[in-house]
Design a binder for this molecule. Sequence first.
Ligand SMILES: NC(=O)c1ccc[n+]([C@@H]2O[C@H](COP(=O)([O-])OP(=O)(O)OC[C@H]3O[C@@H](n4cnc5c(N)ncnc54)[C@H](O)[C@@H]3O)[C@@H](O)[C@H]2O)c1
Ligand SMILES: O=c1ccn([C@@H]2O[C@H](COP(=O)(O)OP(=O)(O)O[C@H]3O[C@H](CO)[C@H](O)[C@H](O)[C@H]3O)[C@@H](O)[C@H]2O)c(=O)[nH]1
Length: 340
Amino acid sequence: MAVLICGGAGYVGSHTSALLFEKNEELIIIDRMARERQNAVIGGKVYNGDLNNSEFLDKVFSENEIEAVIHLAASSLVGESMSCPLDYYNNNVVGTLRLLEAMNRYHVDKIIFSSTAAIYGNPKSVPIKESDGPSPTNPYGETKLAIERMLGWAEKAHGIKYVALRYFNVSGAHDSGEIGEDHSPETHLIPLMLQVALGQREKIVIFGDDYPTRDGSCIRDYVHVMDIAEAHYVALNKLRSDGPSGIYNIGNGEGFTVKEVIDTVSKVTGKPIPFEIGAKRAGDPAVLVASPILIRNELGWYPKRSTLLEMVESAWEWHRRHPQGFPKIDQGIQKEGNVT
Ligand SMILES: NC(=O)c1ccc[n+]([C@@H]2O[C@H](COP(=O)([O-])OP(=O)(O)OC[C@H]3O[C@@H](n4cnc5c(N)ncnc54)[C@H](O)[C@@H]3O)[C@@H](O)[C@H]2O)c1
Ligand SMILES: O=c1ccn([C@@H]2O[C@H](COP(=O)(O)OP(=O)(O)O[C@H]3O[C@H](CO)[C@H](O)[C@H](O)[C@H]3O)[C@@H](O)[C@H]2O)c(=O)[nH]1
C-alpha cells in the first residue's frame, strides 16, 4: 500500500518524499504545481491537481491503494495571509476538508498534517509547549489551528487518526545538495540572504528592530528540513503501530535573531550581507521558540542537525550549486517521468 503525499513537490514535501523513497515506501504524490516542479520530485507516482477538486481526489484514491496521507499542501506565507485571508481559508481549510472527505470515502484512516508555530501567536512563555494556548496573530495560523481542530472532530466521528506536526522555521537542504528550497517568489529569511551572497539581491531588509529581544530583531527557531522529513517518518510508523493521535512541536528549542542569522550566513558564505532596517511585517510575533520535549518523549524524535551553522551550510550548498533553483521544465531539462 502507498503513502499519499499532498504538496509533495514543495520544499518540505520534496525532502519528505525523498526520505520516504530512500526508505522504500511506495509513494503517490499530489501537487497542483507537480508539472512545473517535477524536477523537485525524485520518485513515486505523481499527479498534478488540486486538493479542492473532489473529482480529482476520487481519481487518485480510486486508482491507488492508499494506506496513509502526509498532508503538506497549503498556502503558507504569513504576510500574504494578512492581505488575502479568504484565499487562505479556501486553500487550507477547504482543501483539507475535501481531503478528509475523500479519506473517509475510501476508508483511509491515518494522516500526518503540517501545522505551524504560527498558531501560537505571541507566546505567553518561551520555550513554547504544545499545552500553551494557541492564539494566532495572522490568518495563516488561524487556518492551521482550524484544521487541527477539524482533525480532532474527524477522529471522533470517523476514526481518522492524526499526527499534527507544528514546525517552527524550516531551513537547510537535502544532504545530497540536489534538492533544496526553491520558492518563487522567495520570502524566507535564509534563502533571501543566500541570494544576497550569490549577488542576486543587493541587501536584506530586517523587518523591525525594536522588538523586545536581545538585539531588537525577531527571534525564530530554525529546524533542518531533513529532521522534519524524519519526523514525518517517525509519526507515520507511530500511527502504523496503532499509536494515538497527537500534536507535536518540531523545533530545536533554541532561537536566533535575524541579525544573528545574518552573521552566520556571512560566516558560511564568506560574503558580507548588507542590510537595512525596515518596517515590521504585519502579523509577525516577536519570538517563536519551541519546546521539543514532548515529541522526544513520546515518539523518540529529536533534531540531529541542530546548529544554525549546519543548517545554513546545507542550504548554502544547495543554493551555491543551484543558483537558479531547480531546472525549469520549459528549459527542456525535465526528467523522464509520468506526471498524470
Ligand atoms: N517552510 C516553513 O518554514 C514552514 C513552517 C511551518 C509549517 N510549514 C507548513 O509546511 C507545509 C509545507 O511548506 P513548504 O515550505 O514546503 O511550502 P511549499 O509552498 O514549498 O509547498 C507546498 C506545496 O503544496 C502545493 N499546494 C498548495 N496548495 C495546494 C492544493 N490546494 N492542492 C494541491 N497542491 C497544493 C504547492 O503547489 C506546493 O508545492 C505547509 O503546509 C506549511 O504551512 C512550513
Ligand atoms: O526579508 C526578510 C524576511 C524575513 N524576516 C524575518 O525573519 C524571520 C523569519 O521569517 P520567514 O519569512 O523566513 O519565516 P516566518 O517566521 O514568517 O514563517 C515561517 O515559519 C512559520 C513558523 O514559525 C510558518 O509556518 C511559515 O509557513 C513559514 O514561512 C521573521 O522574523 C521575519 O520577520 C526579515 O526580517 N526580513
